[in-house]
Design a protein around this ligand. Structure first.
Ligand code: CP
Length: 308
């Protein structure tokens, strides 16, 4: 059956668990999977800049013995001549076995999935969703905390435009006894739909605050985000808000010894480099886990499509 991944909620809790278990197995025994995608091709269609997502997808397919093709800039594709996403994916369906697509327009990978004959993975669509980052975040939490339930998670920074935050909240509310503390400037608070349709509807315990120091001692996980310059309507607002929160050594002293600091990266100023050597700072480890979880996803979708 042809299956796509647009949103982490496309996966049931059981499917998510199976995917993370497979990612863990690949992490433990990578050689066992070195030829799993022999002669299969991954197309990376990136209409928006990326380092981690595109390269970790490509690394994932190469680690599985497959091959890669694609573009990393809309201007180097026929989108620059006005080709639609629908036509592009129809063509790429003849060139590759699976596609990862990033696009600045929300819903563009979904449109692609409607016209595709191969599995399409949303690699980030505007300020909307970024499911494979969420899979990466979940793998990091499961590997380093051992469980999802019972955690108090602080989400800090640009909670309005930060698509990784939206996807992570949606995924985590499915586990029992999860608490959120949202830390942001007023202008960058979580969107209303997330508050109303996800948090309130699921009776999730959360609060919204403006000062990081006050809540740091309560957190099991601090998920930092950068202020998303590319989604602002004017530069003045960006400059005013960009350094609202900067995590440094002095603030880390307020946190538990076992609090983890995650960040989807790229980082700008929001985490001082002096924090990088703190064993609680796991954002580079998190980026590494992204390869294994994408290997698991490629394998799962190709198997379901009957390609493997
Ligand atoms: N975390 C993330 O999506 O990073 P890139 O924008 O570099 O892919």
């Amino acid at each position: 059956m042809l299956r796509h991944l647009m949103n982490v909620m496309d996966l049931s809790v059981q499917e998510l668990d199976e995917l993370l278990t497979l990612a863990n197995q690949i992490y433990e025994n990578p050689d066992d999977y070195a030829d799993a995608c022999h002669r299969k091709k991954l197309a990376t269609c990136f209409y928006e800049p990326s380092t981690r997502t595109r390269l970790s997808f490509e690394s994932a397919m190469l680690n599985l013995g497959g091959q890669i093709l694609g573009f990393d800039d809309a201007d180097s594709s026929s989108a620059a001549k006005g080709e639609s996403v629908a036509d592009t994916i129809r063509v790429i369906s003849s060139y590759a076995d699976i596609c990862a697509m990033r696009h600045p327009k929300e819903g563009a990978p979904y449109v692609a999935s409607l016209h595709a004959r191969i599995p399409v993975i949303n690699a980030g669509d505007g300020g909307h969703n970024h499911p494979t980052q969420t899979l990466t975040d979940l793998m990091t939490i499961r590997m380093l905390k051992g469980q999802f339930s019972g955690l108090t998670i602080g989400l800090c920074g640009d909670l309005k435009f930060g698509r990784t935050v939206h996807s992570l909240v949606e995924a985590m509310v499915r586990y029992p006894d999860v608490h959120f503390i949202m830390i942001s400037p007023d202008e960058l608070r979580i969107p209303d739909y997330l508050r109303r349709d996800i948090l309130d509807r699921n009776l999730i315990d959360y609060k919204e605050v403006g000062v990081l120091e006050d809540v740091l001692p309560k957190l099991d996980i601090l998920y930092m985000t950068r202020v998303q310059r590319e989604r602002f309507f004017n530069e003045e607002d960006y400059i005013r808000l960009k350094d609202s929160f900067i995590l440094d050594k002095a603030k880390m002293d307020l946190a538990h010894d076992d609090m983890l600091v995650l960040h989807p990266l790229p980082r700008v100023n929001e985490i001082s480099t002096e924090v990088d050597d703190d064993p609680r700072a796991v954002y580079f480890k998190q980026a590494k886990f992204g390869v294994y979880v994408r290997m698991a996803l490629i394998l799962t979708l190709l198997k379901e499509a009957g390609t493997l």
